[in-house]
Design a protein around this ligand. Sequence first.
Ligand SMILES: [Zn+2]
Ligand SMILES: [Zn+2]
Length: 112
Amino acid sequence: MDPFPPLGRFVDIRGQKCGYSPGNTPSSDCPAEATWHIIWNLDLETGMACGPHMDLVRARYMFVDSHAIEPDCGMPGTLWDFDSKRCVYPDQPGTEAQAVLLSNSASDQSAP
Ligand SMILES: [Zn+2]
Ligand SMILES: [Zn+2]
């Protein structure tokens, strides 16, 4: 069995829920739709948050960067473009120089 889901180029991630969960249990999950994409740390761990929880994140937590969610945010192999504040797909010319590969893609994560 191929362990990888058959994801295509265009995946609609509207409907993706906010990742805020105060007790880290399903019953405490925020039910709102996520509108913000967050990169938490230099290990390139990412999360998603709704508007109010993005405000909470800004007020309370350290994070590296954030941007409003776009369709490319949910794509495997997406690059985080710090300059343009969005996710870009590596087939777009000239993006790889300033963008970083996110850790949710199928790349080697053992590098320091
Ligand atoms: Zn939320
Ligand atoms: Zn994104």
